[in-house]
Design a protein around this ligand. Structure first.
Ligand code: CUA
Length: 191
């Protein structure tokens, strides 16, 4: 039985092995921490992964009644510099519009709002991955380098139809963008 007292017990002799193994564990844990911090730095600096830092609120119950996320504004608008802003409403169980068209090689800003519950969206093969929380506008900046078609599923369980909630992102050459885009009208794949 070990003696219980208020004073620290001197280490029993012959415990060099324990001490060595403890040092090894300290080294190992330190190495893991250094590795994890290095991964965070690498992904944020080199791959451009960032947590959302901007908080912008919106009344999710009246999106359809006008304002930025009214139906006519949904889709892609091209700015004078060729960059794109894509406005999307996420609701049970669809993204509106459900096919987005964006220019390749130009800065693209996604702005999403939820009309009901928490949704998520991810554009496959890219670093676009965010949640859409009712009451807030989700803003994501990215650039798609190559033309192509990518899936954009909802990745946050949002109800019984969750697995059927997804959209397409069609990346086209900037020069082949729908002509309507010049008129500051929001466009989507159907335009
Ligand atoms: Cu929307 Cu899952």
């Amino acid at each position: 039985m070990a003696e219980i007292s208020g004073t620290a017990m001197p280490p029993p002799s012959g415990d060099k092995q324990d001490e060595a193994s403890e040092r090894l564990w300290v080294l190992f844990v330190t190495a893991v921490i250094v590795l994890l911090v290095a991964m965070v730095v690498y992904t944020s600096v080199h791959l451009g992964f960032h947590p959302p830092s901007q908080v912008e609120t919106i009344d999710s119950t009246s999106l359809h009644q006008g304002g930025e996320f009214s139906e006519a504004n949904l889709g892609t608008v091209i700015g004078p510099d060729g960059s794109a802003v894509v406005r999307v409403v996420a609701q049970q169980y669809a993204f509106i519009p459900n096919c987005l068209v964006v220019p390749a090689g130009k800065p693209v800003t996604f702005r999403l709002a939820s009309a009901d519950v928490v949704h998520g969206f991810i554009v496959e093969g890219t670093n676009v991955n965010a949640m859409v929380v009712p009451g807030y506008v989700t803003t994501v900046h990215t650039t798609f380098e190559n033309p192509g078609e990518r899936l954009m599923p909802c990745h946050e369980f949002c109800g019984i139809g969750h697995q059927a909630m997804w959209a397409h992102v069609r990346i086209v050459e900037a020069s082949r963008f729908p002509a309507d885009a010049d008129k500051q009208k929001a466009v989507n794949c159907a335009s």
